[in-house]
Design a protein around this ligand. Structure first.
Ligand SMILES: CC(C)(COP(=O)(O)OP(=O)(O)OC[C@H]1O[C@@H](n2cnc3c(N)ncnc32)[C@H](O)[C@@H]1OP(=O)(O)O)[C@@H](O)C(=O)NCCC(=O)NCCS
Length: 396
């Protein structure tokens, strides 16, 4: 085996089929179940996109109404889930909070299932579990931000759709339609992206016949890392470091001299630009106008053009979404949990797809550790020796 046989990071390896989404770096396009994501973001509520990812088709009016009704019924957090969040220190990372809350919901939901083979659930049960997490994550994420600000949980409102209610539960006031629209678009853009690290993690866990909640908890852990979900937080930190547009050039000179990775730029798959960026940038522009913050747009544009000119590496979705979430009023620490609330739809669609056509995911490795060696003075019982080392086998 040579170095080129080893696909470090699984780069370029195609591990399975998926009908959930198609990323095409050559045409810079992203399709959810065949639909371009920018068309979905321009025309659909996030609930309809969730339905599409789970069922393969956009909902009829009736199907959407039914999904919305179920989503509304499932929004409220069980007191024990809230209590589990409350025992965590407010200084805990919000992704740890979200991961814990999902784990508690999973343990409550699968309680009483004695046989581990039954925990995997039927397709119908897994659809219900997916919807439950989809409906409850806004409360978990919103409460996380409020708790860190010393505020109480805001109960959900039955008269609001998903995006408007999410903002209501976070800020405790009615959001402007411009803000709701930008937020809805961001949720759609973050919903799904084929075999990214967290989705693949969810599929690996599912492939062992573990349950949907365990797969989601694992996916949350993968998403926490700054090379994946954590990048939108990091973009804001960079913006804070730079300050204003006229500081971009000296800041970038120093950062590149130190060989720093500039968060929000680059992508494992897209090498000529992330297909989701133009839609999110347009949403950011509406927020810049709404909140009258041209300084944000100026910093954004200057850093982008300087970095692209020097490195030929383009922004990814985290680049426009970070400042957009900041303008909406989300704390930087809440950004990656927002990603969870969106990506729960894609993760669960993949989990169900994996369950429907499962094969245990178990790659091989090439050993490059020390040659075989032995503990000095240890005389093994022949029963524990490798077959080839047993005296009688060797004799035979
Ligand atoms: C996303 C990312 C991990 C993709 O990585 P990848 O496909 O494995 O590409 P690599 O990390 O191997 O980068 C290839 C080259 O481009 C450079 N590069 C890639 N992204 C860069 C960035 N954001 N800033 C500076 N240099 C970057 C690397 O340093 C490397 O240069 P080298 O060949 O001189 O060593 C990478 O671009 C990155 O770390 N981006 C910042 C984090 C981020 O925004 N993540 C969100 C992804 S949606």
């Amino acid at each position: 085996m040579t170095d080129t046989d080893i696909k470090k990071g699984l780069a370029g390896v195609v591990v399975d089929y998926t009908a959930v989404s198609k990323v095409n770096p050559d045409t810079n396009s992203l399709l959810y179940r065949g639909y371009p994501v920018h068309e979905l973001a321009a025309t659909q509520p996030f609930e309809a996109v969730a339905y599409l990812l789970w069922h393969g088709e956009l909902p009829t009016d009736e199907q959407l109404a039914e999904l919305r009704a179920t989503e509304r019924r499932n929004r409220a957090l069980h007191p024990d889930v809230k209590a589990a969040i409350d025992i965590l220190p407010t200084s805990a990372h919000p992704m740890d909070e979200v991961r814990t809350a999902v784990s508690v919901i999973g343990a409550q939901d699968t309680a009483g299932i004695a046989n581990v083979m039954d925990a995997v659930g039927t397709p119908e049960e897994n659809l219900e579990r997916s919807l439950r997490l989809f409906a409850q994550l806004p409360a978990i994420v919103a409460y996380g931000q409020r708790r860190r600000r010393g505020l109480e949980l805001v109960e959900p409102r039955d008269d609001l759709d998903y995006a408007a209610n999410f903002l209501w539960q976070t800020f405790g006031e009615d959001a402007d339609p411009v803000v709701i629209d930008a937020f809805n678009r961001s949720m759609i853009l973050y919903a799904e992206h084929s075999f990214n690290a967290s989705t693949f993690t969810a599929r690996v866990i599912t492939s062992t016949l573990s349950d949907l909640y365990s797969a989601v908890v694992g996916a949350i852990g993968a998403l926490k890392g700054p090379l994946h979900g954590g990048a939108n937080e990091a973009v804001l930190h960079i913006f804070e470091e730079i300050g204003t547009a006229d500081n971009v050039v000296p800041w970038l000179d120093a950062a590149l001299a130190e060989k720093r990775k500039i968060m929000g730029f680059g992508h494992r798959v897209y090498k000529r630009g992330d297909s989701r960026v133009p839609t999110m940038k347009a949403a950011l522009d509406t927020l810049v106008t709404h909140f009258d913050r041209p300084d944000v747009a100026e910093l954004y544009d200057t850093l982008e053009s300087e970095f692209v000119e020097r490195k030929g590496i383009y922004p990814n979705l985290d680049y426009p979404s970070g400042p957009a979430y900041d303008l909406i009023g989300f704390d930087v620490l809440t950004f990656t949990p927002l990603f969870v609330a969106a990506r729960i739809t894609g993760w669960t669609a993949h989990i169900m797809e994996q369950q429907a056509s499962n094969a245990l995911i178990r790659p091989l490795s090439e050993y490059n550790g020390p040659d075989e060696r032995h503990i000095s003075g240890y005389v093994p019982d022949t029963a524990v020796l490798d077959v080839a080392e047993r005296p009688e086998e060797a004799a035979g």
